[in-house]
Ligand binder design. Structure first.
Ligand SMILES: Nc1ncnc2c1ncn2[C@@H]1O[C@H](COP(=O)(O)OP(=O)(O)OP(=O)(O)O)[C@@H](O)[C@H]1O
Ligand SMILES: CC(=O)N[C@H]1[C@@H]2OC[C@@H](O2)[C@@H](O)[C@@H]1O[C@H](C)C(=O)O
Length: 367
């Protein structure tokens, strides 16, 4: 096990949007954040994205060799640009996630990456949680707890990640540790950018609705919104988590609408899913800090601001980096794993008791 004390760790995340890999350095002892360091990004080419998209929904035993090679190469290329990392946290790319049925599946080989970089790599963060009855996601909440301390929060607040899928973390910074009872409540709110991106690609051949420009020209169709909110997912008590494509049928609800109305309605659905999620907060948060690409969508942000009675701000308002928070989370979690500290608990994934997920691979010849 890694000796006590602070170290520099490098985390990498390849998210559900399939746009690329983020990587960032964090100095931490696995409890406290001491400093944030360099960060970088390596986008997937269109060809690589097509390979990854073609592998979504596949499980171990199916042929994912090409997708695995893309993920491996992109990470090796990106992470070798960094210097000074004593440990790497490698999330990999989620292909499928059905925690209650078939499990959770991230591709990427941490042992091979460790050999390539010459640094210990923590990977396979989600399986242990699922094996112990948890959702295996979201995992960023233990890091959000450390972020709440880092920004000096004294009252409960929320972090909202608007990626392909949305996830919400309610944090009580008055608690000492993330695993303390009542310190965290976290879950996936519903689809966020994934359906917007899918419709933009299908109808306009564009990867996303830049700055909400198309949604701004449309209006939200209430009937479709109501049908969407009828989904049993929204009345399920958290913790709960989603696969990227679990809501792909929702696109059918906007089939008959114009492009602008369809995208406005999907944007409204993402916001409404967050509002439904906020009802689960044990105490009203003093602010909602938004991370992930969706914070750049002013239409989505405005919908949240109008509907919520707390300030809704990008995480940058608190001095954090919304493009890198997930990569930083896996740097932080890697150090927790190396120290044998829990990375999820009943409040974040519904796992029976706090669990330390992740496998550590060391380069051959090191201990
Ligand atoms: N300027 C913008 N206007 C509108 N939407 C944007 C803008 N910038 C980014 N986005 C949205 O954010 C998405 C990328 O978000 P992000 O990088 O957080 O996703 P991810 O990390 O892959 O997802 P996840 O957190 O689900 O794993 C883009 O695909 C797009 O939909
Ligand atoms: C199974 C999986 O990869 N889930 C991702 C995805 O992207 C957002 C949301 O769905 C969240 O549950 C999770 O990622 C973040 C980093 C997490 O685990 O906190």
């Amino acid at each position: 096990m890694l000796k006590a004390g602070r170290i520099w760790a490098l985390g990498a995340m390849s998210g559900t949007s399939l746009d690329g890999v983020d990587a960032a350095m964090v100095e931490t002892d696995g409890e406290e954040i001491f400093a944030f360091g360099a960060s970088d990004y390596r986008g997937y080419s269109e060809g690589e994205q097509a390979v990854l998209a073609g592998a979504l929904g596949k499980w171990p035993g199916e042929d994912v060799a090409e997708a695995e090679a893309v993920v491996q190469m992109a990470h090796a290329e990106l992470l070798s640009r960094f210097e000074g990392a004593q440990l790497v946290g490698f999330h990999g790319q989620t292909l499928a996630h059905e925690p209650r049925e078939r499990g959770t599946y991230q591709i990427g080989d941490g042992a091979a990456l460790s050999e390539a970089l010459g640094v210990p790599v923590v990977w396979d963060f989600r399986s242990a949680d699922v094996e112990l009855g948890g959702e295996g996601a979201p995992l960023a909440p233990f890091f959000h707890f450390a972020c709440a301390k880092w920004i000096g929060a004294e009252r409960p607040l929320c972090f909202l990640n608007l990626g392909g899928v949305g996830n919400l973390t309610w944090v009580d910074p008055r608690k000492d540790r993330p695993e303390a009872e009542g310190a965290l409540l976290a879950f996936d709110t519903g689809p966020a950018n994934a359906p917007i991106n899918d419709v933009m690609m299908r109808r306009r051949g564009l990867p996303y609705d830049k700055d909400g420009a198309l949604a701004r020209r449309g209006h939200v169709e209430d009937g479709a919104l109501e049908l969407f909110l009828d989904d049993a997912y929204f009345s399920r008590m958290p913790p709960k988590s989603l696969d990227r494509n679990e809501f792909s049928d929702m696109i059918g609800l906007v089939n008959e609408l114009s492009d602008a109305d369809a995208v406005a309605t999907l944007t409204g659905m993402s916001a409404a899913a967050v509002l439904r999620g906020m009802e689960h907060c044990p105490e009203p948060p003093e602010r909602l800090l938004v991370t992930g690409g969706g914070r750049h969508n002013p239409v989505l942000m405005e919908m949240l601001r109008v509907a919520l009675d707390c300030p809704v701000e990008p995480v940058e308002a608190a001095g954090l980096d919304g493009d890198m928070l997930e990569a930083q989370a896996f740097a932080y979690l890697a150090v927790r794993v190396a120290r044998g500290r829990p990375t999820s608990g009943p409040g974040t994934t519904g796992v029976r008791a706090a669990v330390c997920g992740g496998t550590i691979s060391r380069p051959e010849g090191t201990d």
